[in-house]
Design a protein around this ligand. Structure first.
Ligand code: NAD
Length: 313
Protein backbone atom coordinates (compact mmCIF):
# COMPACT_ATOMS: atom_id res chain seq x y z
CA UNK A 1 0.00 0.00 0.00
CA UNK A 2 0.96 3.66 -0.33
CA UNK A 3 0.94 5.63 2.92
CA UNK A 4 1.45 9.22 4.00
CA UNK A 5 2.48 9.56 7.65
CA UNK A 6 2.33 13.05 9.16
CA UNK A 7 4.59 13.58 12.15
CA UNK A 8 6.82 10.97 10.50
CA UNK A 9 10.01 11.95 12.31
CA UNK A 10 8.42 11.76 15.78
CA UNK A 11 8.55 8.96 18.32
CA UNK A 12 5.50 7.01 17.09
CA UNK A 13 5.64 8.31 13.49
CA UNK A 14 9.19 7.14 12.80
CA UNK A 15 8.63 3.72 14.35
CA UNK A 16 5.44 3.37 12.28
CA UNK A 17 7.16 4.44 9.03
CA UNK A 18 9.97 1.96 9.65
CA UNK A 19 7.53 -0.86 10.44
CA UNK A 20 5.57 -0.10 7.24
CA UNK A 21 8.58 -0.01 4.90
CA UNK A 22 9.90 -3.22 6.46
CA UNK A 23 6.56 -4.81 5.57
CA UNK A 24 7.09 -3.75 1.93
CA UNK A 25 4.83 -0.68 1.77
CA UNK A 26 5.65 2.67 0.13
CA UNK A 27 5.84 5.39 2.75
CA UNK A 28 6.00 9.15 2.41
CA UNK A 29 6.51 11.17 5.56
CA UNK A 30 5.75 14.79 6.40
CA UNK A 31 7.24 16.52 9.43
CA UNK A 32 8.19 20.12 10.19
CA UNK A 33 10.99 18.78 12.43
CA UNK A 34 9.85 21.07 15.26
CA UNK A 35 10.58 18.15 17.56
CA UNK A 36 11.09 15.21 15.20
CA UNK A 37 14.43 13.72 14.23
CA UNK A 38 14.89 12.43 10.65
CA UNK A 39 17.79 10.21 11.80
CA UNK A 40 15.18 7.85 13.28
CA UNK A 41 13.93 6.91 9.79
CA UNK A 42 15.11 4.09 7.55
CA UNK A 43 16.40 5.33 4.17
CA UNK A 44 13.40 3.81 2.32
CA UNK A 45 11.06 6.37 3.95
CA UNK A 46 10.62 9.45 1.74
CA UNK A 47 10.56 12.33 4.21
CA UNK A 48 9.47 15.85 3.25
CA UNK A 49 10.05 18.71 5.64
CA UNK A 50 6.90 20.80 5.91
CA UNK A 51 3.97 22.02 7.91
CA UNK A 52 0.79 20.02 8.17
CA UNK A 53 -1.15 23.20 7.42
CA UNK A 54 0.58 23.56 4.03
CA UNK A 55 -2.16 22.31 1.69
CA UNK A 56 -0.24 22.60 -1.61
CA UNK A 57 2.47 20.41 -0.09
CA UNK A 58 -0.19 17.97 1.10
CA UNK A 59 -1.72 17.84 -2.41
CA UNK A 60 1.62 16.71 -3.83
CA UNK A 61 2.34 14.20 -1.08
CA UNK A 62 -1.15 12.68 -1.21
CA UNK A 63 -1.04 11.68 -4.89
CA UNK A 64 -1.61 7.91 -5.13
CA UNK A 65 -1.90 7.46 -1.35
CA UNK A 66 -4.29 4.77 -0.03
CA UNK A 67 -4.28 5.72 3.63
CA UNK A 68 -3.04 8.64 5.75
CA UNK A 69 -1.73 8.25 9.28
CA UNK A 70 -2.20 11.65 10.87
CA UNK A 71 0.20 11.87 13.81
CA UNK A 72 1.66 15.39 13.48
CA UNK A 73 0.80 17.31 16.62
CA UNK A 74 2.05 19.23 19.59
CA UNK A 75 1.99 16.57 22.30
CA UNK A 76 2.58 17.89 25.81
CA UNK A 77 -0.29 18.36 28.29
CA UNK A 78 1.58 20.87 30.53
CA UNK A 79 2.92 22.81 27.52
CA UNK A 80 -0.61 23.07 26.11
CA UNK A 81 -1.71 24.84 29.28
CA UNK A 82 0.84 27.56 28.43
CA UNK A 83 0.24 27.74 24.65
CA UNK A 84 -3.38 26.76 23.86
CA UNK A 85 -3.50 28.81 20.64
CA UNK A 86 -0.54 26.90 19.22
CA UNK A 87 -2.16 23.56 20.15
CA UNK A 88 -5.38 24.60 18.46
CA UNK A 89 -3.58 25.73 15.28
CA UNK A 90 -1.49 22.56 14.86
CA UNK A 91 -3.67 19.82 16.34
CA UNK A 92 -7.08 21.05 15.23
CA UNK A 93 -6.23 23.29 12.23
CA UNK A 94 -3.69 20.77 10.94
CA UNK A 95 -6.25 17.96 11.10
CA UNK A 96 -8.80 19.98 9.13
CA UNK A 97 -6.11 20.82 6.55
CA UNK A 98 -5.28 17.13 6.12
CA UNK A 99 -8.97 16.27 5.67
CA UNK A 100 -9.48 19.05 3.09
CA UNK A 101 -6.41 17.98 1.14
CA UNK A 102 -7.51 14.32 1.27
CA UNK A 103 -10.88 15.35 -0.13
CA UNK A 104 -9.24 17.43 -2.88
CA UNK A 105 -7.02 14.53 -3.95
CA UNK A 106 -9.50 11.69 -3.31
CA UNK A 107 -7.78 9.67 -0.56
CA UNK A 108 -9.93 6.99 1.02
CA UNK A 109 -8.94 6.50 4.67
CA UNK A 110 -7.32 8.36 7.56
CA UNK A 111 -6.13 6.95 10.87
CA UNK A 112 -5.95 9.72 13.48
CA UNK A 113 -3.68 9.44 16.50
CA UNK A 114 -5.96 10.68 19.27
CA UNK A 115 -5.31 10.33 22.97
CA UNK A 116 -6.67 8.75 26.14
CA UNK A 117 -6.34 12.28 27.56
CA UNK A 118 -9.76 13.13 26.06
CA UNK A 119 -11.44 11.14 28.87
CA UNK A 120 -10.11 13.47 31.57
CA UNK A 121 -11.42 12.82 35.07
CA UNK A 122 -14.04 10.04 35.16
CA UNK A 123 -15.85 8.38 38.04
CA UNK A 124 -15.27 4.86 36.66
CA UNK A 125 -12.38 2.82 35.27
CA UNK A 126 -11.57 1.23 32.88
CA UNK A 127 -12.33 3.92 30.33
CA UNK A 128 -14.74 2.93 27.59
CA UNK A 129 -15.18 4.73 24.29
CA UNK A 130 -18.88 5.40 25.01
CA UNK A 131 -18.12 7.44 28.14
CA UNK A 132 -18.62 11.17 27.89
CA UNK A 133 -15.24 12.86 27.34
CA UNK A 134 -14.16 15.31 30.01
CA UNK A 135 -10.96 16.94 28.72
CA UNK A 136 -8.88 18.81 31.28
CA UNK A 137 -6.22 20.46 29.14
CA UNK A 138 -5.99 22.30 25.82
CA UNK A 139 -4.10 19.26 24.48
CA UNK A 140 -7.02 16.97 25.36
CA UNK A 141 -9.55 19.44 23.89
CA UNK A 142 -7.51 19.65 20.67
CA UNK A 143 -7.48 15.86 20.32
CA UNK A 144 -11.23 15.62 20.97
CA UNK A 145 -11.90 18.37 18.41
CA UNK A 146 -9.70 16.53 15.91
CA UNK A 147 -11.71 13.34 16.50
CA UNK A 148 -14.98 15.18 15.86
CA UNK A 149 -13.57 16.90 12.77
CA UNK A 150 -12.33 13.71 11.11
CA UNK A 151 -15.54 11.86 11.87
CA UNK A 152 -17.88 14.65 10.76
CA UNK A 153 -15.95 15.72 7.66
CA UNK A 154 -15.31 12.07 6.80
CA UNK A 155 -19.04 11.26 6.89
CA UNK A 156 -19.85 14.29 4.74
CA UNK A 157 -17.10 13.68 2.18
CA UNK A 158 -17.05 9.85 2.20
CA UNK A 159 -13.59 9.51 3.68
CA UNK A 160 -13.19 6.50 6.01
CA UNK A 161 -11.96 7.62 9.41
CA UNK A 162 -10.77 5.90 12.54
CA UNK A 163 -9.39 7.61 15.64
CA UNK A 164 -7.17 5.64 18.00
CA UNK A 165 -7.16 6.93 21.57
CA UNK A 166 -3.60 6.02 22.44
CA UNK A 167 -2.82 5.96 26.17
CA UNK A 168 0.71 6.52 27.60
CA UNK A 169 2.98 5.07 24.94
CA UNK A 170 6.63 4.42 25.80
CA UNK A 171 9.60 2.60 24.34
CA UNK A 172 12.97 3.08 22.66
CA UNK A 173 13.42 6.45 20.97
CA UNK A 174 10.88 8.38 23.04
CA UNK A 175 11.95 12.05 23.14
CA UNK A 176 13.40 13.38 26.37
CA UNK A 177 13.02 17.16 26.07
CA UNK A 178 14.48 19.40 28.77
CA UNK A 179 11.01 20.69 29.71
CA UNK A 180 7.83 18.60 30.12
CA UNK A 181 9.54 15.27 29.42
CA UNK A 182 7.32 12.16 29.45
CA UNK A 183 7.49 10.22 32.67
CA UNK A 184 9.12 6.91 31.64
CA UNK A 185 12.23 8.22 29.83
CA UNK A 186 12.64 10.91 32.49
CA UNK A 187 12.48 8.41 35.35
CA UNK A 188 14.75 5.98 33.50
CA UNK A 189 17.40 8.63 32.95
CA UNK A 190 17.20 9.84 36.54
CA UNK A 191 17.37 6.26 37.85
CA UNK A 192 20.46 5.48 35.78
CA UNK A 193 22.34 8.70 36.55
CA UNK A 194 21.70 8.33 40.27
CA UNK A 195 19.94 11.69 40.70
CA UNK A 196 16.74 12.16 42.67
CA UNK A 197 13.55 11.31 40.80
CA UNK A 198 10.98 14.09 40.92
CA UNK A 199 7.44 12.69 40.73
CA UNK A 200 4.53 15.10 40.40
CA UNK A 201 1.63 14.44 42.80
CA UNK A 202 1.61 11.99 45.73
CA UNK A 203 2.42 8.88 43.67
CA UNK A 204 -1.12 7.48 43.71
CA UNK A 205 -2.09 8.73 40.22
CA UNK A 206 -2.45 5.94 37.70
CA UNK A 207 -1.78 5.65 33.99
CA UNK A 208 -2.07 2.98 31.33
CA UNK A 209 1.45 2.53 29.90
CA UNK A 210 1.49 0.84 26.51
CA UNK A 211 4.67 -0.39 24.82
CA UNK A 212 5.60 1.02 21.39
CA UNK A 213 5.34 -2.30 19.48
CA UNK A 214 1.80 -2.83 20.75
CA UNK A 215 0.78 0.68 19.58
CA UNK A 216 2.29 -0.09 16.17
CA UNK A 217 0.23 -3.31 15.94
CA UNK A 218 -2.95 -1.27 16.47
CA UNK A 219 -1.94 1.44 13.99
CA UNK A 220 -1.08 -1.13 11.32
CA UNK A 221 -4.37 -2.98 11.83
CA UNK A 222 -6.38 0.26 11.61
CA UNK A 223 -5.31 0.91 7.99
CA UNK A 224 -7.13 -2.13 6.64
CA UNK A 225 -9.61 -3.26 9.34
CA UNK A 226 -12.99 -3.68 7.62
CA UNK A 227 -15.46 -2.26 10.18
CA UNK A 228 -13.72 0.73 11.74
CA UNK A 229 -15.17 3.62 9.74
CA UNK A 230 -16.28 6.46 12.07
CA UNK A 231 -14.98 4.58 15.12
CA UNK A 232 -13.02 5.84 18.10
CA UNK A 233 -10.96 3.01 19.62
CA UNK A 234 -8.80 2.79 22.76
CA UNK A 235 -5.20 1.59 22.44
CA UNK A 236 -3.57 0.86 25.78
CA UNK A 237 -2.24 -2.02 27.84
CA UNK A 238 -5.43 -2.49 29.86
CA UNK A 239 -3.25 -2.33 33.00
CA UNK A 240 -3.60 0.47 35.56
CA UNK A 241 -0.25 1.44 37.09
CA UNK A 242 0.32 4.01 39.85
CA UNK A 243 3.44 6.19 39.91
CA UNK A 244 4.58 4.25 42.99
CA UNK A 245 4.15 0.92 41.17
CA UNK A 246 5.99 2.30 38.15
CA UNK A 247 8.88 3.35 40.40
CA UNK A 248 9.08 -0.11 42.03
CA UNK A 249 9.10 -1.71 38.61
CA UNK A 250 11.85 0.69 37.46
CA UNK A 251 13.93 -0.08 40.54
CA UNK A 252 13.64 -3.81 39.82
CA UNK A 253 14.43 -3.47 36.11
CA UNK A 254 17.39 -1.10 36.53
CA UNK A 255 18.66 -2.76 39.72
CA UNK A 256 19.00 0.70 41.31
CA UNK A 257 17.76 2.04 44.63
CA UNK A 258 15.68 5.11 43.77
CA UNK A 259 15.61 8.38 45.67
CA UNK A 260 12.14 9.87 45.00
CA UNK A 261 10.91 13.39 45.76
CA UNK A 262 7.16 13.99 45.46
CA UNK A 263 6.25 17.45 44.17
CA UNK A 264 3.08 19.43 43.39
CA UNK A 265 0.93 17.81 40.65
CA UNK A 266 1.12 19.43 37.20
CA UNK A 267 -1.88 21.34 35.82
CA UNK A 268 -4.09 19.48 33.36
CA UNK A 269 -3.34 15.99 34.71
CA UNK A 270 -5.94 13.46 35.84
CA UNK A 271 -5.93 11.03 38.77
CA UNK A 272 -6.63 7.71 37.06
CA UNK A 273 -6.41 6.24 33.56
CA UNK A 274 -6.88 2.69 32.37
CA UNK A 275 -8.12 1.65 28.93
CA UNK A 276 -10.92 -0.81 28.29
CA UNK A 277 -9.72 -2.76 25.26
CA UNK A 278 -12.89 -4.66 24.30
CA UNK A 279 -13.56 -2.55 21.21
CA UNK A 280 -9.91 -2.68 20.11
CA UNK A 281 -10.02 -6.48 20.38
CA UNK A 282 -13.26 -6.65 18.41
CA UNK A 283 -12.45 -4.13 15.66
CA UNK A 284 -8.67 -4.43 15.33
CA UNK A 285 -7.97 -7.89 16.74
CA UNK A 286 -5.75 -5.98 19.19
CA UNK A 287 -4.19 -7.71 22.17
CA UNK A 288 -1.21 -6.03 23.88
CA UNK A 289 1.71 -8.41 24.16
CA UNK A 290 4.31 -6.55 26.24
CA UNK A 291 3.80 -6.01 29.98
CA UNK A 292 5.35 -3.08 31.86
CA UNK A 293 8.41 -4.86 33.31
CA UNK A 294 9.22 -6.41 29.93
CA UNK A 295 8.61 -3.09 28.12
CA UNK A 296 10.95 -1.23 30.49
CA UNK A 297 13.59 -3.91 30.04
CA UNK A 298 13.29 -3.68 26.24
CA UNK A 299 13.49 0.13 26.38
CA UNK A 300 16.64 -0.06 28.46
CA UNK A 301 18.17 -2.63 26.12
CA UNK A 302 17.17 -1.13 22.75
CA UNK A 303 17.57 2.60 23.40
CA UNK A 304 21.28 3.46 23.24
CA UNK A 305 20.75 6.55 25.43
CA UNK A 306 19.80 4.25 28.31
CA UNK A 307 21.94 1.20 27.59
CA UNK A 308 25.05 3.43 27.48
CA UNK A 309 24.04 5.23 30.69
CA UNK A 310 23.56 1.87 32.40
CA UNK A 311 27.08 0.83 31.50
CA UNK A 312 28.57 4.24 32.41
CA UNK A 313 26.93 4.43 35.84
P1 NAD B 1 6.28 13.43 18.81
O1 NAD B 1 6.33 14.83 19.34
O2 NAD B 1 7.49 12.59 18.92
O3 NAD B 1 5.80 13.45 17.29
C1 NAD B 1 5.03 14.48 16.73
C2 NAD B 1 5.72 14.89 15.43
O4 NAD B 1 4.92 15.89 14.79
C3 NAD B 1 7.10 15.50 15.67
O5 NAD B 1 8.04 14.83 14.87
C4 NAD B 1 6.94 16.95 15.24
O6 NAD B 1 8.12 17.49 14.65
C5 NAD B 1 5.79 16.85 14.26
N1 NAD B 1 5.04 18.10 14.11
C6 NAD B 1 4.63 18.94 15.09
N2 NAD B 1 4.00 20.00 14.56
C7 NAD B 1 3.98 19.80 13.22
C8 NAD B 1 3.46 20.55 12.12
N3 NAD B 1 2.84 21.73 12.32
N4 NAD B 1 3.63 20.08 10.87
C9 NAD B 1 4.28 18.89 10.66
N5 NAD B 1 4.80 18.15 11.65
C10 NAD B 1 4.64 18.61 12.92
O7 NAD B 1 5.03 12.72 19.53
P2 NAD B 1 4.55 11.21 19.50
O8 NAD B 1 4.61 10.73 20.88
O9 NAD B 1 5.22 10.47 18.43
O10 NAD B 1 3.01 11.40 19.13
C11 NAD B 1 2.52 11.16 17.81
C12 NAD B 1 1.02 11.33 17.82
O11 NAD B 1 0.43 10.39 18.72
C13 NAD B 1 0.55 12.70 18.28
O12 NAD B 1 -0.59 13.05 17.51
C14 NAD B 1 0.14 12.48 19.72
O13 NAD B 1 -0.85 13.40 20.12
C15 NAD B 1 -0.39 11.07 19.65
N6 NAD B 1 -0.33 10.40 20.94
C16 NAD B 1 0.88 10.04 21.47
C17 NAD B 1 0.91 9.42 22.71
C18 NAD B 1 2.19 8.99 23.36
O14 NAD B 1 2.14 8.51 24.50
N7 NAD B 1 3.35 9.13 22.72
C19 NAD B 1 -0.29 9.17 23.41
C20 NAD B 1 -1.49 9.57 22.84
C21 NAD B 1 -1.50 10.16 21.59
Amino acid sequence: MNFLVTGAAGFLGAALCNRLVQAGHNVRGLDDLSSGDPARLLPQVHLTRGDVNDRPKLWTLLQGVDCVYHLAARVSVPESVLYPREYNAVNVGGTVSVMEAMHDVGVKRVVLASSGAVYGEQSRQPLREDMRPNPRSPYAVSKLAAEYYVRTIGALWKIETVALRIFNAYGPGQPLPVAHAPVIPRFLKQALTGGSIVAFGDGSQTRDYVYLDDVLDALVAAATAPTVDQQVINVGSGEETSVRDLLSCLAAVTGRKLDVIYSRAEDGGVSRMCADLSLAAEKLGFRPRVGLAEGLRLTLERDPRFSLLKVAN
